[in-house]
Design a protein around this ligand. Structure first.
Ligand SMILES: [Zn+2]
Length: 337
């Protein structure tokens, strides 16, 4: 067992299997961890990296991986994006692939391009000092086509003792040719009881009601509920926005809805947060409708109206990801209910 393992909640079966595969030298060259965001996929990837690189009790390798400075373990998470994400020190706490090539080129998108993959391959092809060369790539759905092809070539002919572990929330957005080369492991949300137990262990001082609310608003994603309980401010923002959305559904003029959208768009990170909560809100209405529960808002809509709203929300999200105007997309959404 590697030293310095992070505590992880859930995924025990996957983890046990990976650890035993690592110990028996039975590890695959390329993995894809699939599952919702914020449930621990990347944490499990790091644990596997430690398991493979560990040099024994209290070793330097595990410590270096924890600090993101292990020379033979590349971590690709946050990337430099000009005008949006330029704080190199902050990026370095998540990503240890040198970002200077992105700075020089003035890259303006967080997608993983062919230059990124070339850098990854260059580092992975250097002589290693540790047990393995490992690359951990978070949110691999960010790969563009050219980058996918470059990575595919590399994965098809992986050198000895080289492991690439990728995570994604959205397998559908990956090219099937790449996916077919990877060993896929599926991650699931924790059950509600397990989630509650974990949170009461991590936050023994939090009230039961607060824990319940965090689970509910995180939609079962433990990474998010932990963020909520760590930051009262973030938590309050979510709770408040949920109530605002609820009031938009209860009764509101179009002018009020548009004012609301203006505030969402003006707030940094506001659009992502809004879409997350709105999606959750619509899903909750759908569940109430399907279960025949008495819900004041759900009764005002037919099932097909709610399904339609869920689809429109998805479309808005996809278009915004594809760089459509946020304000226009969200205003359109406001016309749908
Ligand atoms: Zn170790």
């Amino acid at each position: 067992m590697a030293c310095q393992l992070e505590k992880i909640y859930g995924h025990q079966r996957i983890l046990n299997k990976l650890i035993s595969d690592a110990d028996n030298d039975n590890i695959s060259g390329a993995y894809l961890f699939v599952g919702p965001s914020k449930i621990g996929k990347f944490t499990v990837a790091k644990i596997l990296a430690k398991q493979l690189q560990c040099e024994g009790k209290n070793c330097r390798a595990c410590l270096q991986i924890r600090k993101n400075i292990h020379p033979d373990t590349l971590v690709i998470d946050d990337l430099y994006v000009q005008d949006q994400h330029e704080d190199l020190d902050r990026i370095a706490s998540h990503t240890n692939l040198d970002q200077q090539y992105r700075v020089k080129k003035g890259i303006k998108t967080d997608s993983i391009g062919v230059d990124d993959v070339r850098q990854i391959i260059a580092v992975m092809s250097q002589k290693k000092l540790a047990n393995y060369k490992i690359a951990l790539i978070n949110k691999v759905e960010r790969l563009n086509n050219q980058a996918t092809n470059a990575l595919l070539k590399f994965v098809e002919e992986l050198p000895e003792k080289t492991v690439v572990i990728m995570t994604t929330t959205d397998e559908e957005r990956l090219l099937p040719t790449l996916v077919s080369r990877l060993k896929i492991l599926r991650f699931h949300n924790l059950g509600e009881d397990e989630h509650r137990l974990a949170l009461s262990e991590i936050f023994p001082d939090k009230a039961e009601e607060q824990i319940k609310q965090a689970i509910w608003l995180s939609q079962g994603r433990i990474g998010r509920s932990i963020d909520f309980l760590k930051s009262e401010q973030l938590f309050q923002k979510y709770v408040e926005q949920y109530r605002q959305i609820e009031s938009l559904f209860e009764q509101s003029s179009l002018a009020r809805r548009f004012d609301f959208i203006k505030d969402v768009v003006d707030d940094s990170g506001g659009v992502t947060r809004f879409l997350r909560i709105f999606t959750y809100f619509v899903r909750r209405l759908l569940q109430a409708k399907l279960a025949g529960d008495h819900d004041n808002i759900a009764t005002n809509f037919s099932l097909s109206q709610l399904l339609n709203l869920a689809r429109t929300t998805d479309t808005a999200r996809m278009r915004i990801k594809g760089n459509a105007k946020e304000k226009l997309q969200l205003e359109n959404l406001m016309l749908e209910f």
